[in-house]
Design a protein around this ligand. Structure first.
Ligand code: ZN
Ligand code: ZN
Length: 133
């Protein structure tokens, strides 16, 4: 399916093709730190389909436990994480589901790096619920 993404301030906009069956939650500690949250929800774009439509993201390169280097792109104005890619900016892009217009139609299908999952983040049933703040 075609997906459309943008950062919070709308400076960075992009589109891509992606398979909804590939949505995953990542519980790794890098994702926890880089999102400031309990986990990241991500979706790999189909190779070669990513198109940056507006804005120029800022990049931060991290080295994973595997030794692989990964470039994390975020908006230089509002700081929203928008995608990750390889240092060579190859066709390999991973999108951040929370930044996609179609996110309601993109439920996760798998969880990875569960060994570092925050135990409290895996079951939100039973928490007090409010429609707004
Ligand atoms: Zn922005
Ligand atoms: Zn991760």
């Amino acid at each position: 399916m075609k997906v459309h993404g943008r950062c919070h301030c709308r400076f960075v906009e992009y589109e891509a093709e992606a398979d909804p069956a590939k949505v995953a939650i990542c519980h790794c500690t890098d994702c926890q730190a880089l999102t400031g949250s309990a986990y990241r929800v991500m979706l790999p774009a189909e190779p070669g389909s990513f198109r940056l439509l507006h804005g120029e993201p800022t990049h931060y390169e991290k080295t994973a436990e595997s030794g692989n280097r990964r470039v994390h792109a975020f908006c230089p104005r509002c700081g929203s994480p928008v995608y990750s890619t390889t240092p060579e900016r190859s066709a390999n892009y991973t999108l951040r589901v929370g930044a996609l217009d179609e996110r309601h139609q993109l439920p996760p299908r798998r969880r990875i790096w569960c060994r570092s999952a925050l135990a409290w983040s895996t079951n939100l049933d039973g928490l007090e619920q409010r429609e707004r703040q």
